[in-house]
Design a protein around this ligand. Structure first.
Ligand SMILES: [Zn+2]
Ligand SMILES: [Zn+2]
Length: 220
């Protein structure tokens, strides 16, 4: 790295801020710029998954799923990760990057309004070409995005788990006490379970306990 960031006007840049590869005047090499673009698209999805993994501590309903063993090959919850890897931290970090990019690019604009992680990531992705060409801290931004991705993947697993079967729908669907019995599936990112056959919804701990309690004997 050469010129200090607060140099007026032209910066003599010749190396990627992340890997040090020769870039011919850009702050990120092509490969790392493409990786950053990918991460900006993935982070909101990953952190939505992280949010689901953190649910057990708050409401207990994820615990029930985990105990049931139906949530797939999910890593046991790690309290340290819970404290450091939160959706809010990711949102905060990426928002600060947005604030800084905007400050450098449009010094006369005010700070951007508070936003969700997905909006901030989208905004940064749209400004990526400018960031790569003109933003001296691009390497640090790319590094933090990479760290946030790694932290999220440590929680949710890599690849992200697919939809898993929780059990059978226990809703009574006619006057004769016929039970629906359709498969109820769950995928992280969902805050409720819904039967695709009879459209019954199971939401919250109480519903889920009932659902699990009334599973037919011998059901997985
Ligand atoms: Zn690079
Ligand atoms: Zn049903």
């Amino acid at each position: 790295m050469t010129a200090p960031a607060d140099d007026e006007g032209q910066h003599a840049v010749d190396a990627c801020g992340l890997c040090g590869t020769e870039t011919g005047g850009r702050y990120l090499c092509e490969r790392d710029a493409a990786k950053l673009a990918e991460r900006l698209a993935e982070l909101p999805v990953l952190y939505a998954e992280v949010g689901e993994c953190l649910v057990p501590r708050r409401s207990g309903w994820g615990d029930i799923i985990a105990t049931r063993g139906a949530a797939g090959p999910r890593a046991p919850l790690n309290e340290d990760l819970l404290d450091t890897v939160t959706w809010h931290r990711a949102a905060e970090v990426m928002h600060l990057w947005r604030v800084d990019v905007q400050r450098v690019r449009w010094p006369h604009h005010g700070a951007p309004p508070p936003a969700q992680l997905d909006a901030d990531c989208r905004w940064l992705a749209m400004e990526l070409d400018w960031i790569v060409d003109h933003y001296p801290a691009a390497g640090d931004l790319a590094r933090e995005a990479r760290e946030l991705e790694a932290a999220a993947r440590a929680v949710v697993g890599d690849p992200v788990p697919k939809r898993s079967v929780i059990g059978q729908c226990i809703a009574v669907i006619d006057d004769h006490g016929t039970v629906c019995g359709a498969e109820i599936t769950y995928r992280t990112g969902e805050s409720r379970l819904a039967c695709r056959s009879c459209r019954s919804v199971y939401q919250g701990e109480h519903d889920l306990l009932l659902l699990l309690h009334y599973q037919p004997a011998g059901a997985a």
